[in-house]
Design a protein around this ligand. Structure first.
Ligand SMILES: [Mg+2]
Length: 123
C-alpha cells in the first residue's frame, strides 16, 4: 500500500468515527453545512486567539511554550469540523486536496514564483 492510500484510509477511519460520534448522540440533525461552517470558523478563531498578540518569532516557537497543548487541541477541532463538513457535503477531502494541489502546481510554476510572497496562492 502506498503512503497516499494509507493516508486516505486514515482519513476514512476518522470520517467514519466522526459519523458514529454524531449518530450516537443524535447530533446529525444539527450537522448541516451552515452550522458546520460556523463551528469550523469558531474553532479557527480559537486557534487564531492563541497567536493573536504574539510576535512572529514567538509564534514560531509556540510549540515549545505553555500553549502547545492548546494549539494541538484547536488544530484537532478545526480538522474535525473540516472533515465532518466535507463528509456531510459528500466531498472526498483527500481527493479534493490532491486535485487542488495539482491546480496550484500548474498555476504557480516554480521558476516564476520561487521566493515571492506576492505570488503565493490566495485561494
Ligand atoms: Mg476548540
Amino acid at each position: 500500500m502506498t503512503g497516499r492510500a494509507e493516508d486516505a484510509d486514515s482519513l476514512e477511519e476518522l470520517r467514519t468515527r466522526l459519523r458514529s460520534f454524531a449518530r450516537a448522540r443524535d447530533w446529525e440533525q444539527f450537522h448541516n453545512p451552515k452550522n458546520l461552517a460556523m463551528a469550523l470558523t469558531g474553532e479557527v478563531g480559537e486557534l487564531v486567539e492563541i497567536f493573536q498578540w504574539l510576535t512572529a518569532d514567538e509564534a514560531g516557537h509556540v510549540m515549545e511554550g505553555p500553549r502547545a497543548e492548546d494549539v494541538e487541541n484547536e488544530l484537532a477541532d478545526v480538522f474535525i469540523y473540516l472533515l465532518r463538513m466535507a463528509d456531510v457535503l459528500g466531498v472526498d477531502l483527500a481527493e479534493a486536496t490532491q486535485a487542488k494541489l495539482e491546480r496550484n502546481e500548474d498555476r504557480y510554476p516554480v521558476p516564476h514564483v520561487r521566493g515571492r510572497a506576492d505570488r503565493a496562492p490566495q485561494t
